[in-house]
Design a protein around this ligand. Structure first.
Ligand SMILES: *[C@@H]1O[C@H](CO)[C@@H](O)[C@H](O)[C@H]1NC(C)=O
Ligand SMILES: *[C@@H]1O[C@H](CO)[C@@H](O)[C@H](O)[C@H]1NC(C)=O
Length: 504
């Protein structure tokens, strides 16, 4: 098999690269993207090796898995986060809680399957940009170009790596629920948040990650964390606000979505027969209803039970206290295929990015109950763009929920806006998956394509911010003034003294 592939590569003009895909976060939604990326590249004929804590149930040809076994089973060890605590945490404190995740990267470095991988050879690495900067040094270890994949689009870390401009005057930090139009107070808070993040990076995060590189990949101890060739970004202007992007960044948001497939027979019947429509309710893969406060669960069941629509509820429990008749529970649903069904009237979601893209792909309005990370920002955008309403999950009440549901189900404007966004999503010159494959091959073809990188990346920060120029201008302007002042003073003084002498 391997020989055949090498032979095929040698005799045909088809490019064929050995690609290492590294997604070490123990989060199912991250893996969904990793899996789509790896599958897409394998289908395009590349030899793909995926390093992640998860398994593909049915891996395709050319797609090899190196599993970080034990990560999923011991999630609290590699992902020490309480998602419900994060909901009401101050954004500055949540930076601190993410740092506790970053320090678990030793679990990857120490993993026997990871260690075995270090003896192999690759042409290219694609890595998710999360809180594991030290793993980037793999590109130095294998001496190959590094492509980063940003789950959330342009952010502080990708902007540092590429010298991408990102003025805090109109680009809100990921952890805040601001839009691009901020008032004076919001801009102040946003700028402070960005500044704290930058200080945290340079004073804590990079130095501690550097220690991991020194320990586990000592040959690469001096590796530059911003030696990144390219950024693939899981964002698109149809769902997020437009931001500047340097030439080595592209948007491939929504690339993971496949055209709708036929639904399983029972679900299809259920949806087809829903005369009054269906509401699909899922809080994603990280939030478990078994851990949600009973009051909140009761509010949800009570309010949803009063609706004439049917409700498909993705829930990790087999049954809920007071489950109404119009609610059908399930541990897993083919989300994107369900959203494609014309009888689905509304999606109740936590506002994660995958769900955001899937709802926009099919043009379904949303009620968002954001909990952590970028979900609040996504929820704020959906409200601004007019296809969603957001409520606070931990403070949800029956009247608020009823009012929001009534608006979303009865006012056609929400559906029209969702359809419009969907049109913008699909109206692109090339499908996002094909665009991803094109650029990955391009980076391999031109050995990292350094010609795409802006020079700002290599400037020291004081030059980038023109502080040296400001200093020079200040000096040029003030030196003559000061000199003039001194000369004048001297002249006047000597004049005075002469007068004084004459008087005497
Ligand atoms: C990683 O580091 C933590 C804390 O420093 C430690 O408790 C844990 O045992 C380490 N894991 C491995 C696999 O060495
Ligand atoms: C950066 O990475 C490229 C490979 O893409 C490598 O050729 C180059 O030497 C690296 N530069 C530094 C300063 O590490």
């Amino acid at each position: 098999m391997k020989f055949a592939l090498i032979f095929l590569c040698a005799v045909s003009w088809v490019e064929c690269y050995k690609i290492l895909v590294v997604f070490s976060a123990a989060s199912p939604s991250h893996f969904m993207l990793c899996n789509a990326l790896g599958r897409g590249l394998a289908k395009a004929g590349h030899e793909v090796t995926v390093l992640s804590p998860f398994r593909d149930k049915n891996p395709p040809k050319n797609y090899r898995e190196v599993v970080l076994t034990g990560f999923v089973e011991n999630k609290e060890k590699v992902m020490p986060l309480n998602f419900f605590e994060l909901e009401n945490m101050h954004p500055w404190l949540s930076i601190y809680s993410m740092m506790s995740v970053s320090n678990t990267v030793n679990e990857t470095f120490e993993h026997p399957n990871f260690k075995k991988l270090l003896n192999e050879k690759f042409d290219l690495i694609i890595m998710e940009q999360f809180v594991f900067e030290s793993l980037k040094a793999l590109s130095c270890h294998f001496n190959v170009p590094l492509i980063m994949f940003s789950i959330v689009g342009a952010n502080l870390w990708s902007n540092i790596d590429t010298a991408n401009p990102s003025p805090p005057s109109y680009i809100p930090d990921l952890g805040l629920s601001y839009s691009s139009k901020m008032n004076l107070w919001e801009r102040t808070f946003n700028s402070l948040t960005v500044l704290i993040n930058i200080f945290n990076n340079y004073l804590y995060y990079y130095p501690t990650q550097r220690k991991f590189v020194q320990k586990y990949l000592p040959k690469c101890a001096n590796y530059d964390f911003n030696n990144v060739s390219f950024y693939l970004m899981n964002s698109h202007e149809s769902t997020s606000e437009p931001v500047p992007m340097v030439p080595n960044m592209i948007n491939i948001g929504g690339f993971h979505i496949n055209p709708p497939k036929e639904l399983p027979k029972d679900l299809k019947e259920y949806l087809d027969n829903a005369k009054d429509g269906v509401i699909y309710f899922s809080m994603g893969s990280n939030i478990q209803f078994s851990k949600v406060k009973p009051e909140i669960r009761d509010t949800l069941t009570k309010t949803l039970g009063k609706l004439k629509q049917k409700v498909l509820w993705k829930c990790d429990e087999d049954t809920l206290h007071g489950k109404p008749d119009n609610v059908k529970l399930g541990k897993w649903f083919p989300q994107s295929d369900i959203l494609a069904h014309p009888n689905v009237k509304l999606f109740i979601t936590h506002g994660g990015l995958l769900s955001t893209f899937e709802t926009i792909y099919h043009g379904v309005p949303v009620l968002t109950l954001p909990v952590f990370g970028d979900q609040k920002l996504n929820a704020a955008r959906m409200e601004t763009l007019g296809y969603g309403i957001k409520l606070t999950f931990s403070a949800i009440t029956e009247p608020d929920l009823t009012e929001a549901l009534n608006k979303l189900l009865n006012d056609p404007k929400y559906r029209e806006n969702a359809k419009m966004r969907s049109k913008l999503f699909h109206d692109r010159p090339i499908k996002p998956m094909d665009e991803m494959i094109y650029w990955v091959e391009y980076i391999a073809r031109y050995n990292g394509a350094p010609h795409l990188q802006v020079a700002g990346k290599h400037l020291p920060w004081y030059q980038y911010l023109l502080l040296d120029v400001v200093l020079l201008v200040v000096l040029i302007v003030t030196i003559p003034i000061v000199l003039l002042y001194i000369i004048c003073k001297k002249l006047c003084c000597s004049g005075n003294e002469k007068k004084k002498q004459k008087k005497e």
